[in-house]
Design a protein around this ligand. Sequence first.
Ligand code: FES
Length: 155
Amino acid sequence: MTDDDFEKIDNIIKNYDGREGFLIQLLLDIQSELHWIPKQAIKEISMRTGVPVSQIFRVASFYKAMSLSPVGRHKVSVCMGTACQIRGAQRLLDVARSRLGINPGETTTDRRFTLNRVNCLGCCAIGPVMVADENYHGRVDSRRIEKVLDQLAAD
Ligand code: FES
């Protein structure tokens, strides 16, 4: 975590000072600012609010909207379902891995990208399929995935 991250966490905790029933909203605010909830944030919340670490951890792990590992600003998923694999999904995943320098399930150190492999997205007819943030791309080839990654990198 950077000093900037600590400052953001500090300000968010201050916003909830003395409020009751704050935990979920506080965690959502941290998720929204940092795109994940670091362990240090959980310890800090516990120290300053008296809520046990185990309770904060339980809440943060329960909600899908919260992540306990870093998530990039851009999420790139390559479908590795059978139909997409037959149409070259492995090559797309290799291009994304090489281009981003990470493996599926990882986030770049600058936290710009998270790469995932997913199973069938339900649109096999347009495979191979990738999802960049919320946008589906069908019949993707190596050039297309490079172009999509370029556009995201420029954002
Ligand atoms: S296998 Fe990729 S969308 Fe179905």
